[in-house]
Structures are given as C-alpha cells and as structure tokens.
Design a protein around this ligand. Structure first.
Ligand SMILES: NC(=O)c1ccc[n+]([C@@H]2O[C@H](COP(=O)([O-])OP(=O)(O)OC[C@H]3O[C@@H](n4cnc5c(N)ncnc54)[C@H](O)[C@@H]3O)[C@@H](O)[C@H]2O)c1
Length: 444
C-alpha cells in the first residue's frame, strides 16, 4: 500500500488550458518554470524587476545557461512585466508563483527583503480566489510570514479568501527542465482547498506529488540541501585528516566506495553555491548552540584557506609567483558564480602577494566580475597555465579535460617546479597536491 502522502501522477487533472500563472522572479528557478508552464499551454506572465533580464528574455535570449530553455523561449514567448503590482484587473492571474532570491544575511539568518517586497506589491492586487505559491527556499514558517503580511495589508485570510501553498523547487541547475518532468513535487499546504489548487497547477508536470503541510514542505527542501552540504563537508574533512597523515584522499575515497554498497563518500571540493552554502543557515538560525550544520559550514568554508596555505607551503611560497586558478563558478560546467568559494580562495592567494593571478573560467564570457567589485581578465586555460608557478584546479569543468596534458609530461607548459592543487582529481594523479614539473637537478 502506498503511503497517504504520495499522490500518484495523473490523480489530479492538469490545469485547464489558458489557466493563467504569474511567475515572480525570472532567475535560475523562475524562468525555466515559466517556460515549462508556457510549453504546456498555460498563460504565463513573468514578473522580473531586472531590466537587463527582461530585455534578454524579450529578445528570445536566455540570461544564463540552462539546457533546452532557449528553444522554449523562442517557441513560447511569455508576457513580461517589471512589478508584481501590475498583476491587476484583467491581468490578474489564477496563480502567482514566487521564485525570488532568499540569500542569507551576514548573520545566520535568512534575508527576506526580496520576499517582503513581493508580498507588499502583491497585497495591492491580491484578489479573492487567487492561489499564491511560494517556491523560493525559505526558513521554516516563512510561508506563514507571507500569509500574515498579505492578511495585514488586505484583510483577506489564507485558506478562506485566497489559497496558499509552499511548493519547493528541488531541481539542479543545468537539469531544470528534465527535473521538472521527473522529480516528485512536494505540495505543502495547511488547508484542503489550497492543496487541491496547488496540486492542479503542478499536474502540468507528469510527476508524483507529495502532500504535506507548509512547514513540512519548507523542511523537506532544506534537509534535501543540507544533507548534500554535510556529505561534502564529510568528504572535505576526510581530505583534511588524510593530509595530516600524509595521505592523499582521492584514492582513499575511491577504495572506501569500491564495491561497498552503503552511503558512498562524496568527493572533496569547494562546496558552496547559491543553494548549498546558505541553506544551512535557515536551519541553524533556530538553534542557540553549535549544531552539526554549523560544523559542516566551518569545514566547507575552511577549504579555500587549506588549499591556498598548503599550495604555498609546497611551492615554497606564492610571493612574486604567477598563480593560475582554473574555475571560478561554483559548479561543474555552470556559468553561475554566485556564492562560489573561488573568490575566497583568490583572497587567500592575494594575501601571499603573488606577481600575478590568472583566472580561467571557460563558462563565462569576457572579463570576470569580481565579488569585491571590479573585474579581472578571463584567461584561456592554456594561456593561464603557460609559465605558471602554481596552479589551483578549483572546479572539474569538462573544458579542463586536456589540462593534464598541459601540466604533466613532455607537453607541460607550466614553469619548472610548478605545484598544482587538484581538488577534483581532474589530472587523475590521485594526489590533491603534486609537483607538475619537477626541477631537474644540475649534474655534477
Ligand atoms: N538556483 C538553484 O539551483 C535553486 C534550486 C532550488 C531552489 N532555489 C531557490 O529558489 C529561489 C530563487 O533562486 P534563483 O537561483 O532563481 O535566484 P535568482 O537570483 O537567480 O532569481 C531571483 C530573481 O528574482 C528577481 N526579483 C527579486 N525581487 C523581485 C521583485 N520584487 N519583483 C520581481 N523580480 C524580483 C531577481 O531580479 C532575480 O532575477 C531561492 O530561494 C533559491 O534558494 C534555487
């Protein structure tokens, strides 16, 4: 017997054609979702405050990489507006799905600024019978906060005058469209009518649904993400401890996982990005004591320091050296640099006062916009490596497949004695740190 929370695909009729839905926030989550709904015959309005993003979409160009989306954008153009308060009169949609950003404050606390602005704007146009779906990742009870805000401003009550649901996005960047069609959709709601409305909307996708409460949905999403975050922290801790004992972690992890059928150990590396790094904070803000997520955060955040320090030790210092850093974005083959740990690595490298730091990020076009402001030249990987005294391979991008040849053996183009930090074992040496081109001792 299947559990009562599991609603098999097809149990709800799909939304009737011409059902209208507004997606608020056309970012990495909102835009693929808007296009997917549009491709299923829904009438979609995209609300995006950023003029550049709107202009790109209006021209049929994706503002970021996401496989399959540009084709959908051309085939199913969506109506665009800049502010949620324009969703009035005959432009009032049946559904409003909120997909704005929810970063972490500098303190361990979710930043609700974007969400509050949307709720304020929405309160000017909210109509009886509309369904509001929150899809951003949020701390527990944030959907209730949105409801309280809407109620205070409009006098309308959730579950009575309007419908309210929390339906998290759990896709992975680069696989957004595929996962909308394959991942079960969590439907969080605290009343039957809201649950039925949200279920109907997401029946546009051929996936099972998982029915829970508002808070249940918020927690499921957070724990999906923090589980990954902790598993990366464990792999990083393994790397740090192996290093203390003079061992390289790559072959140890391979052996630990080889033929072992339970809980494979993840690979070490920079674990951050727009989702993973911040979501621990949304859980941890509810604890006064250090919880295991804070510990995971400390391990993951320590990795850039470890890499810079250890590389400097091995290379006999980085002062006045040419340092190449391959990979700037937070994830393999992604053009998303938000919350990447590479900028932190660069800050540690800069503290050594090298002669030059060369960043190579093949997934970004043109100069790299730096976190602290300004921009840096975006080197071609080969040019960055030419004559470099030290190298960090910070990400395992597909474009780095031939880096091994440029580092090792007769084809090596780095400086004699150059050391490499290879977080992802891209060069397949099994070593986290290795000398790419050992100096040849002068003969007697
Ligand atoms: N990126 C991911 O892989 C991913 C996956 C699952 C969940 N999430 C969660 O989804 C949410 C959105 O993430 P994202 O990566 O799409 O963020 P994003 O920053 O790419 O997109 C948010 C968009 O909302 C727009 N916006 C902000 N305030 C607005 C307003 N008042 N009116 C109109 N537009 C407004 C921004 O300009 C931006 O384009 C976050 O809570 C995130 O944690 C992200």
């Amino acid at each position: 017997m299947s559990p009562s929370y599991l609603i098999a695909r097809g149990s709800f009729p799909p939304p009737p054609p011409q059902t209208s839905v507004a997606i608020v926030g056309l970012g990495r989550v909102g835009l693929p979702l808007a296009l997917a709904f549009a491709s299923r015959g829904l009438r979609v309005t995209g609300v995006e405050r950023d003029a550049k993003t709107r202009a790109a979409i209006a021209e049929g160009r994706m503002p970021f990489q996401e496989p399959g989306c540009e084709e959908l954008l051309r085939a199913h153009p969506i109506e665009l507006m800049a502010d949620v308060s324009e969703l009035s009169g005959d432009r009032a949609p049946d559904f409003v799905v909120i997909t704005v950003g929810t970063p972490l404050q500098a303190h361990i606390e979710v930043d609700l600024t974007q969400l509050a602005a949307v709720a304020q704007g929405l309160s000017r146009v909210l109509r009886r019978g509309q369904t509001i779906v929150l899809r951003s990742t949020v701390a527990a009870r944030t959907t209730e906060y949105v409801a309280r805000l809407l109620s205070r401003e409009t006098g309308l009550l959730p579950g009575q005058d309007f419908h309210l649901a929390f339906c998290p996005e759990r896709m992975v960047e680069g696989g957004a469209l595929r996962e909308l069609d394959t991942l079960p959709q969590v439907i969080g709601a605290d009343d039957e009518a809201s649950r039925a409305k949200a279920s109907t909307l997401f029946s546009a996708f051929p996936v099972d649904q998982l029915h829970t409460s508002l808070v249940g949905g918020e927690l499921i999403k957070l724990f999906n993400n923090v589980t990954r975050y902790v598993s990366f922290a464990l792999a990083n801790q393994f790397a740090l401890i192996a290093d203390q004992f003079g061992e390289s972690v790559h072959p140890l992890i391979a052996m630990a996982n080889h033929g072992y059928p339970r809980d494979p150990i993840a690979r070490p590396g920079f674990a951050a990005g727009a989702c993973l790094r911040k979501d621990f904070g949304m859980v941890s803000e509810n604890h006064s004591t250090t919880d295991m997520l804070v510990a995971a955060w400390r391990v993951n955040e320590y990795m850039p320091n470890f890499v810079a320090r250890k590389l400097a030790e091995q290379a006999g210092g980085l002062h006045q050296k040419r340092v190449a850093v391959l990979g700037y974005t937070f994830k393999r083959d992604s053009d998303d640099a938000r919350d990447s740990l590479t900028p932190k690595l660069l800050r540690y490298i800069e503290r050594e006062v090298p002669a030059e730091v060369r960043i190579a990020e093949p997934n970004l076009e043109g100069p790299i916009a730096l976190e602290q402001g300004g921009s840096a030249r975006n080197w071609a990987p080969r040019d960055a490596l030419e004559g470099a005294d030290a190298v960090v391979i910070a990400m395992n991008h597909g474009a780095f497949a031939d880096v091994r040849k440029l580092l090792l053996g007769p084809g090596s183009i780095v400086a004699s004695g150059a050391w490499v930090a290879d977080l992802w074992n891209v060069c397949d040496t099994g070593a986290l740190f290795f000398c790419a081109r050992p100096r040849v001792e002068a003969g007697p």
